[in-house]
Write a protein of this length. Structure first.
Lengths: 313, 381
């Protein structure tokens, strides 16, 4: 398969890069100085694109690669891929579901605890050397708080399962109600926000869910509410969230994703009730290897004309 | 008021201790606790209790409960937060007399002592109080009370029961996720603007499927186990005795437990037997991929050895709420990104203060009504 051209959209994983190098002719798109020249030169040999949460395959790229057969994403999110275009052209698409579900759900709970129990500020306080006898950090209890989840898919369900172990009542909003779960359904995100203490975004990013957390939702969540985003940055109207946090109209936030990664609004840097992470939802040694193996497995299956492991289209 | 405006309190900077009677301003964000900043719930409670106790001052026959040092809850919620119509407080800290003299003067009136954990209840103190029948504490740990002397004198002890267990367990889980997933370290990275300038942060480690070893499967240990079970961890434990009805694997000693787990979580009490329980042998058995979380007491761990292991990379990381010589923390830890620390506040949530306050008043009222204590501590063994 060494003659098959694979285009990797951006750096994502050294092991994956290495393996792709071994098995295919790998083109590292981020190292190409003149992208349009490159694409016209290699348009006949590139048959696969490997993308992730930062860069995938938009309409322009797909049009420039007439021999493109498959887009394998090193992510479960598909928002960086023009799915309609892929469908139109008969291009297969795969992602990495299930292998990263636990890590993302763990991080959501980790963010909740970090925000409510002020773990980062407590750590900073001790490191400052200023801890004196008679000084205390008073924080907010997590056990028993009402958790509202936007999107009750694999990740949303995994978050619910974990939060239940903390005796948290669970409610959710989803495209459709899931009566098989015992959780309380709210037909709108505003209602969900008004009736929970911690709002977690766990849905996929589509045209419908862009800015699903807007000013109205933030107002409904209120001064004692906390927002956790382990979905995609564009799920939230970021300027609205920033002003709500700066003006203390909302109790706090734990954010793993942002509208224009890796740019993060600097106004958030000085807020001690906000925890910011550099998009590490699936960022563990174990899971990234599993994700890489899934990408490799899907590509191999495709070129050997076997059934894809985790097809989306 | 948003209770998420986390409070850093300094007991030695006590301000005016007035009653709370205004709704706190939601935008105020102080680092020292001023009474006006207390949450609304506490404010309402203090006001309610005060009006209930207007008649208190005229009832000089109410039994006395001795307080040696002001508890943190007084600073947060006011002096009347723990008031009751059934007893009154005798505040040793308001007297200019040295403690032994103060105790001698009031020896015949004191039937109970309330300790928040800040003031030790020593054998000497107990011996000066012939009518003492109850020691009540809001601390989870009991090592500040001379339990032997209490047993000898037939003095009942009431503690926090299991009310603080959830908060302790939440802290332990929070620490474990933080250490494995590098939450505090990555938060620092982003807030220094390094994500855009230096790129992706190093990968963390998956929690799911990890083997968790709990040292001490009491109320807190059980709550930790219940939570981590939901994350897909496999749970094992060491305790003074095997617990027949639990689904977790028992190891007869801590070295074996450490050798068979990826994360060791200390949830036991500090006693003579558990002092330096986590020593060189245990840390070595835990190994370079192992993590240790301590939300119990500093002296359970050989701190010098732990620091050495962390500095040398002989264990993967640590989450520490407690230290051997608080508030002194080994400075070598400050440079380590794989260590997460907090200033002994695993139980300090607003909600726990309120719950604990009600519990303590309930215990004292039960005692003076000759009713069973709500959360008695067994002094046997």
């Amino acid at each position: 398969m060494e003659s098959i051209g694979v285009l990797m959209a951006c750096p994502m994983n050294p092991y994956l890069e290495q393996e792709l190098d071994k098995r295919f002719t790998l083109h590292r798109f981020w190292k190409v100085p003149e992208k349009s020249t490159f694409l016209s030169t290699h348009s006949n040999s590139i048959r696969a694109v490997v993308g992730n949460a930062f860069a995938g395959a938009d309409a322009q790229l797909i049009e420039a690669l007439p021999k493109l057969e498959i887009v394998a994403s090193f992510s479960v999110g598909l928002d960086k891929i023009d799915l309609a275009k892929c469908k139109e052209k008969g291009i297969r698409v795969t992602n990495t579901p299930d292998v990263l579900t636990e890590d993302v759900a763990d991080l959501a709970i980790g963010l909740i605890l970090a925000v409510l129990r002020n773990l980062c500020e407590c750590d900073r306080y001790v490191r400052s050397g200023k801890w004196k006898k008679g000084s205390y950090m008073l924080t907010t209890k997590f056990t028993g708080k009402r958790v509202g989840i936007i999107g009750l898919g694999r990740i949303g369900m995994a978050i619910a399962k974990r939060a239940e172990a903390f005796s948290c009542p669970i409610s959710y909003h989803s495209r459709t109600e899931k009566p098989e779960t015992k959780y309380k359904y709210y037909p709108s995100v505003v209602e969900l926000a008004a009736n929970c203490d911690i709002l977690v975004i766990a849905c996929s990013l589509t045209e419908e869910t862009r800015h699903i957390v807007n000013r109205k939702v933030i107002d409904a969540l209120g001064a004692e509410g906390v927002l956790i985003n382990i979905g995609r940055g564009p799920h939230v109207d970021e300027p609205e969230l920033v002003s709500a946090l700066v003006e203390r109209r909302i109790g706090g936030a734990g954010l793993d994703v942002f509208e224009h990664e890796p740019e993060v609004p600097e106004e958030l840097f000085g807020l001690d009730n906000v925890v910011l992470l550099p998009h590490v939802g699936s960022g563990t040694v174990e899971t990234r290897k599993d994700m890489a193996d899934l990408v490799l497995g899907n590509l191999e299956a495709h070129f050997l004309k076997k059934p894809l492991l985790t097809p989306v289209i | 008021m948003s209770y998420l405006h986390h409070k850093l309190l300094h007991l030695h900077q006590r301000k005016r201790r007035n009653l709370i009677n205004t709704t706190p301003h939601p935008r105020r964000h102080h680092h020292t606790a001023h009474i006006q900043d207390a949450p609304v719930k506490g404010a309402m409670k203090a006001t309610a209790m005060t009006s209930e106790n207007q008649s208190r001052h005229s009832q000089s026959d109410l039994p006395y409960v001795l307080i040696l040092k002001p508890p943190p809850s007084f600073l947060l919620f006011g002096d009347h937060f723990l008031d009751s119509s059934k007893f009154q407080y005798l505040k040793a800290y308001e007297s200019p007399l040295p403690l032994p003299q103060f105790l001698q003067e009031h020896a015949q009136s004191v039937q109970a002592i309330f300790s928040s954990g800040l003031a030790p209840v020593t054998a000497e103190t107990i011996r000066l109080l012939p009518r003492l029948g109850l020691v009540v504490t809001t601390s989870q740990g009991l090592n500040h009370i001379d339990l032997t002397e209490c047993r000898r004198r037939g003095i009942a002890v009431a503690g926090a029961g299991t009310i603080l267990s959830a908060d302790c367990a939440d802290s332990a889980v929070g620490f474990l996720i933080d250490v494995l997933r590098k939450i505090s370290a990555a938060n620092r990275y982003v807030k220094q603007g390094l994500w855009s300038s230096q790129g992706a942060y190093p990968l963390g480690y998956k929690l799911g499927g990890k083997r968790v070893g709990i040292v001490g499967l009491g109320s807190i240990g059980t709550e930790v186990a219940k939570r981590l079970d939901a994350f897909g961890c496999s749970i094992s434990y060491n305790s003074r005795s095997k617990k027949p009805l639990v689904p977790y694997t028992f190891y007869p000693n801590v070295v074996e437990l450490a050798a068979n787990c990826d994360a060791l979580i200390i949830c036991c009490a500090l006693t003579d037997e558990t002092h330096h329980l986590i020593n060189k042998e245990v840390l070595s058995a835990l190994g370079k991929d192992g993590v240790i979380i301590n939300i119990a007491r500093g002296p359970i761990v050989d701190e010098k050895e732990l620091v050495r292991c962390l500095v040398k990379g002989e264990i993967r990381g640590a989450g520490l709420d407690v230290f051997e010589h608080e508030p002194d923390v080994p400075v070598e830890l400050f440079a380590l990104d794989n260590v997460v620390m907090s200033p002994h506040c695993a139980v300090l949530t607003t909600e726990s203060f309120e719950d604990l306050g009600k519990l303590m008043v309930g215990n004292i009222e039960a005692f003076f009504s000759n009713e069973p204590l709500l959360t008695p501590v067994s002094l046997d063994g």
